[in-house]
Design a protein around this ligand. Structure first.
Ligand code: SF4
Length: 450
């Protein structure tokens, strides 16, 4: 801005007034310049840090020659206050994450660790696929035993494809979500018969297999073949919600998270995917964020908060509807249990059950399959994904060889071989009035959801 000119006064007076006005204008400009410098100083603070270390310039995903796997992203200050307008503008040190993974990767029976990968050992797609299907909705601790049993019984995909479905369902019993087991068997048959025993290498082609959705196909493609694709599970969503200080529940920001992670994927795509999962499972856990030990703590927007675990923001919980029904446990004088097969479609399709009623939205009177003195043993409550089920358990000892039109007697010592879902293990536990092992060693207590 130029100095103002004054008219209608003597030269000296004009000069003095003009000089005073110029001084005020100089002072105003100095204050304005200081304000701009302060703002720019704040605005550039992330970029300065990265450029001092890696000599980088503005932009997304730039790698220095020394750190090929490092991707630095710029987060404007305002974005931390009102974050997530652009998925390619945030700081995230991929190299630090991979360094951490090289040192701290979890040892898992299906995993090829970073050291072995460096020496050229490739993950087995069969084992990775099997573990990923089992891990859907189930914890690693539970899955490990099931995984080891499956691969020792069916070491190759062809072995699993040849196995009778009922054997697979029985081996899966207790792991829950039984549609996964049916799809697992169907997918094994597709790979074994139509693909010569080889899993597809591309994420898109993997999706054609039964039971393989976008997450599983991305995980297999990245882990086995280093396809540069974002692999997003609950752990990754939580880490990103904190890194980005996501100002809305994850459910509403899934595309944004996917795009953000996609900009980060380095050539070591499989290790990156597993590093993110491990970080979320061990350091950036749901109820505890160990920020001082986290490789992302320099850049993570939540790391400066007193409690980062308030992110991700929670969505209001929907109320689960309740359904009611009856389970009828028939035993013969030798203690064998009458079992039957569930229908081929619907919930728990093709699994084994005790006879029972339909599950209704209001309590009903029992309609026993046999006349007799039925004893009420108590209730079972079971949570399915979309509803809560309350079953009343009734028991009767019968001498009838065929108490229901269809089904079979199963001796107690054979119950472990039956494809009994957790729900019916709970029913038997109530029937025996105990969650402990019964005399025959059968473990009736549920270990997973149905
Ligand atoms: S710095 Fe803390 S909040 Fe951020 S990703 Fe790491 S553990 Fe999570």
């Amino acid at each position: 801005m130029g100095h103002k000119v004054l008219a209608g006064k003597s030269s000296l007076a004009k000069y003095r007034v003009q000089r005073a006005a110029n001084r005020r204008a100089d002072s105003d400009r100095a204050v304005a310049a200081l304000g701009r410098a302060f703002f720019l100083g704040c605005f550039f603070r992330y970029q300065l840090a990265s450029s001092q270390i890696y000599g980088q310039t503005w932009g997304r995903g730039v790698s220095s020659p020394l750190h090929q796997s490092r991707a630095w992203h710029f987060v404007p200050i305002m974005q931390q206050i009102n974050p997530l307008q652009k998925p390619d503008q945030f700081l995230f040190d991929v190299g630090a994450l991979l360094d951490w993974y090289d040192e701290k990767a979890r040892l898992l029976p299906w995993r090829i660790g970073p050291g072995e990968r460096m020496h050229g050992v490739q993950p087995d797609p069969y084992r990775v696929w099997l573990s990923e299907i089992m891990l859907q909705q189930t914890t690693i601790v539970t899955v490990k035993d099931y995984f080891n049993r499956f691969v020792s019984r069916w070491p190759q995909v062809e072995d699993l494809a040849r196995a009778p479905l009922n054997d697979v369902l029985a081996a899966w019993a207790g792991l829950g979500y039984y549609a996964r087991a049916r799809n697992l068997h169907a997918a094994a048959q597709v790979v074994a018969t139509r693909m010569g025993g080889y899993f597809p290498r591309k994420e898109e082609a993997l999706r054609d297999l039964p039971g393989v959705g976008p997450y599983t196909s991305a995980a297999i493609a990245a882990i086995c073949y280093d396809e540069k694709i974002a692999v997003i599970d609950g752990n990754v969503e939580r880490v990103m919600a904190r890194v980005l200080l996501l100002n809305r529940p994850v459910r509403e920001a899934k595309p944004l998270i996917r795009e953000s992670v996609q900009t980060l994927v380095p050539p070591r795509a499989g290790d990156f995917a597993q590093a993110m999962m491990d970080l979320g499972a061990t350091i950036c856990a749901p109820r505890r964020a160990n920020c001082p030990s986290c490789p992302l703590n320099k850049d993570c927007a939540a790391a400066i908060l007193p409690d980062p675990t308030i992110y991700p923001l929670k969505s209001p919980k929907a109320q689960r509807p309740v359904r009611y029904g009856h389970a009828y446990v028939l035993t013969n004088p030798h203690g064998a249990i009458w079992l039957q097969r569930r229908p081929d479609t619907g919930l728990l399709a093709k699994m084994t059950e005790t006879p029972g009623s339909n599950w209704e939205s209001a309590p009903q009177e029992p309609a026993f399959p046999q006349p007799g003195k039925w004893g009420n043993k108590g209730n079972v409550v079971h949570i399915f994904t979309h509803f809560r089920l309350e079953l009343q358990v009734w028991s009767l000892v019968t001498r009838d060889d065929q108490p229901c039109p269809q089904g079979w007697w199963s001796a107690q010592e054979n119950l472990d071989e039956e494809a009994l879902p957790s729900l019916y293990r709970k029913v038997l536990a109530v029937h025996w009035n105990s969650a402990q092992k019964n005399a025959a060693g059968f473990k009736p207590a549920a270990v997973g959801p149905d």
